[in-house]
Design a binder for this molecule. Structure first.
Ligand SMILES: Cc1cc2nc3c(=O)[nH]c(=O)nc-3n(C[C@H](O)[C@H](O)[C@H](O)COP(=O)(O)OP(=O)(O)OC[C@H]3O[C@@H](n4cnc5c(N)ncnc54)[C@H](O)[C@@H]3O)c2cc1C
Length: 388
């Protein structure tokens, strides 16, 4: 395990300043409703503005519309967006993981078709992994892909597919070899790029506890996917999917979901001239060092990637610690205000606290539960390394 200390270079600090100035101009306070980290709103026009600045697809190759920049540069941009609760929903998954996976495993045709459109913010992707009976144990999934002429027919149900009703494409993992013909359930799977307007798809939003309905059940009833939309090699879906999960973990999205609760609390207390109260200072004294630590651990993961490393263990640990901390923040603020969140409080602080209190159990579930992450980390830390 390696967490090297990281300092930002002058050029990286300059980028940070540019992002802050851009957000000051584009999202002045009061002009939008901030969201909680990556769960923030979809706003395709905002995504396009980021694309025009070169702040989407930052790590993608230039010949496909990307910027060929570093993981640290992307970290800098993303951290500032999340701190503002900026509307990142439309491009979030495409920028974080679908683009890099297509760049790595896609055909030339797929790269030319999808990567420029991801980098400009025009199209969004969602993640088609979980099924009603396959979450943590993803390798037990049962979605079938059956050979049919010059393509495949997909049948089955995906669940918790965030933003499937708003976005254009999904990368779905399906079984191309029946389970009973395999000795290892991780074999025989393939990733498909699915157009979400395909005939045979039924997308049903699922109401969430906070009143939103952003994740969906997606039923595939004989959905035809041409060979040209098979991502990577047939039968190699498990390894590709595992590499995709590595992009999902270790970034600032795993410890900033409840950050605005703290910022808005500070505004509220300052407005009431309570910024020097001991209880508030104790709260800040507990939270600020953890933000500092997680910021540096997460930044260190990004720098390791830029140096050619594969920090899977480190990313899993950052996500495990970061998401527990995001929850602790909400509990600490609730204890500080000493009142149950209520829907009657329509101040920005009240609305954000209410949302955070209702949704915080999901922080440690989405993207892999904490038990699973600890298992990934412990296997990676074995003296022999890796899974056996
Ligand atoms: C807000 C949100 C958004 C999501 N978005 C998406 C999405 O866009 N696309 C997508 O595909 N999925 C998405 N998911 C699904 C998410 O990836 C799964 O919920 C997650 O992988 C856990 O699966 P599960 O819900 O089936 O729980 P289960 O796997 O049934 O787990 C239940 C409990 O058992 C524990 N457990 C399971 N196996 C083990 C084990 N081997 N050892 C120890 N403990 C274990 C788990 O830690 C958990 O506490 C989303 C989930 C949430 C909450």
């Amino acid at each position: 395990m390696k967490f090297e200390p990281v300092e930002l270079s002058a050029a990286e600090r300059q980028l940070q300043t540019e992002v802050i100035e851009f957000l000051d101009a584009e999202l002045p306070r009061g002009s939008y409703t901030p969201g909680l980290g990556m769960s923030a709103a979809n706003d395709v026009e905002f995504s396009k503005k980021l694309g025009a600045r070169g702040w989407l697809g930052m790590s993608l190759p230039r010949e496909y519309g990307g910027q060929a920049r570093t993981a640290v540069d992307r970290f800098i941009v993303v951290e500032q967006l999340l701190r503002r609760g900026a509307p990142v929903g439309h491009h979030w998954v495409a920028d974080r993981q679908s683009g890099p996976v297509i760049a790595r495993f896609g055909t030339e045709e797929q790269k030319h078709r999808f990567l420029p459109a991801i980098s400009s913010g025009e199209i969004g992707f969602c993640i088609g992994m979980s099924e009603p009976d396959s979450g943590s144990d993803l390798a037990s999934l049962s979605m079938r892909a059956t050979r049919d002429g010059d393509g495949w027919v997909l049948d089955g149900t995906k669940i918790w597919t965030t933003n499937a009703h708003h976005l254009q494409y999904c990368i779905a993992l399906a079984r191309t070899t029946p389970r009973d013909e395999l000795t290892d359930k991780r074999q025989g799977m393939t990733q498909f790029i699915v157009d979400l307007t395909s005939p045979g798809l039924t997308i049903t939003p699922i109401p969430f506890i906070d009143g939103t309905a952003d994740f969906c059940e997606v039923v595939y009833d004989h959905v035809f996917v041409p060979d040209s939309m098979v991502l990577g090699e047939v039968g190699h879906g498990w390894a590709q999917n595992t590499s995709e999960l590595a992009y999902e973990r270790g970034g600032p999205d795993r410890w900033l979901s409840s950050y605005l609760v703290v910022e808005e609390l500070l505004r509220r207390e300052s407005a009431a001239d309570r910024q020097g109260d001991d209880e508030l200072l104790d709260l800040l004294g507990a939270l600020v060092p953890m933000y500092w630590v997680l910021h540096h651990l997460s930044l260190s993961v990004a720098r390791t990637i830029d140096q050619g490393g594969a920090p899977a263990v480190e990313s899993s640990l950052v996500k495990e610690m970061g998401t527990r901390f995001e929850q602790d923040v909400v509990s600490a603020v609730l204890a500080y205000v000493d009142e149950a969140p209520n829907t009657g409080d329509q101040s920005l602080f009240g609305v954000i606290l209410m949302n955070a209190a209702l949704t915080q159990p999901s922080f440690t579930v989405r993207g892999g539960t904490n038990e699973v992450l600890k298992s990934v980390a412990s296997k990676g830390l074995r003296p022999t390394g890796g899974e056996r």
